[in-house]
Design a protein around this ligand. Structure first.
Ligand code: LIP
Length: 308
């Protein structure tokens, strides 16, 4: 990493560790029974005292250390701060990504810290204290698990070639918090199309192609879904609905691990718009003959996803 980026990365790691300590302490509280968990805009969008405490601490430390930098945090926006991403250096923080998991003791929970410059993530840290997995990346310097293991992983499973078709993929997809019937109908239709054979479409002939993926999984955390794809343990992550704080850090981690993140609706081949709330990540993999970087193969899978 360049010297500056290394300073930012080290600071982000120390913040993630401090936040993680509070998350572990907070996990001892019996949130549901003590009424310490409340809903935000949607009844299933939960927030706990721990989310608020972690964000407060991280925000304070960042203000002290980098007073000129901007800050975007999930709970600050919930409390009425306006969500604008400018070209200024901006720290984007999700104190707990996977709050529902946190409340239920399902250990896919992470603190996510990103620094963007010119609206691009240059440093990303995602830390799951329950599984003790620290994912880090800085621009052009690769992505790592627990600081020393380069992503994608090559142990214990040797890396598989990237499937040439969606029909051989393991996909991570989420339902999200918005349970409005037409939103859920659209999402379940896309997931149905991923799961079924062409021609099986019980939703009517929408003209869309169906897939036959090997499986669909949901970890309940956009950040950890992207990091799982960065590890190479799943082929794709597809979600409509995540906020910028869910994905800003993990996007860089996946890209530095050789993957791509694009708009889940396509067909724009550029990076996904951080505020667009539609993300499709594809992992790195041995490229098919003639595709030196693997990008062509990744975009081929993305195109199939855009069609479901
Ligand atoms: C979560 C996201 C996830 C989404 C969940 C939830 P939170 O973030 O990371 O991608 O499917 O519904 O929004 O609210 O736990 O920070």
């Amino acid at each position: 990493a360049s010297e500056d980026l290394q300073v930012y990365l080290d600071f982000a790691i120390s913040l993630a560790r401090e936040g993680a300590q509070l998350i572990l302490e907070g996990s001892k509280a019996r949130y549901v029974s003590q009424g310490m968990v409340v809903s935000k805009s949607d009844p299933t969008d939960l927030v706990t005292e721990t989310d608020k405490k972690v964000e407060e601490v991280v925000k304070k430390r960042l203000k002290e250390r980098f007073p000129q930098h901007k800050f975007i945090g999930e709970e600050s926006v919930s409390n009425g701060e306006v969500l604008v991403l400018t070209n200024e250096p901006t720290w984007i923080v999700d104190p707990i990504d996977g709050t529902t998991n946190f409340v239920h003791g399902f250990h896919y929970v992470a603190i996510s810290i990103a620094l963007t410059i010119n609206k691009e993530t240059v440093v990303g840290v995602v830390y799951n204290p329950f599984l003790n997995e620290l994912f880090t990346a800085s621009k052009n310097s690769g992505a790592f698990l627990n600081l020393s293991t380069r992503l994608p992983l090559s142990h214990p499973h040797p890396p598989l070639p990237l499937p040439s078709s969606l029909s051989h993929c393991l996909v991570l997809a989420e339902y999200g918090h918005d349970r409005t019937p037409h939103v859920i109908d659209k999402k379940t239709m896309s997931i149905y199309n991923m799961l079924t054979r062409p021609g099986d479409n019980r939703w009517g002939d929408s003209g869309k192609k169906a897939g036959l993926v090997h499986g669909v999984r949901s970890l309940g955390s956009g950040a950890l879904n992207l990091c799982t794809v960065a590890k190479g343990q799943a082929d794709l992550y597809w979600e409509v609905g995540p906020w910028v704080w869910d994905v800003a850090a993990a996007t860089l981690i996946l890209e530095e691990a050789g993957g791509i993140v694009v708009d889940a609706y396509g067909p724009d081949e550029g990076p996904a718009d951080f505020l667009g709330r539609r993300f499709l990540g594809v992992r790195a993999g041995s490229p098919v003959p003639g595709d030196k970087t693997g990008r062509e193969s990744q975009l081929r899978l993305a195109k199939e996803m855009w069609d479901v």
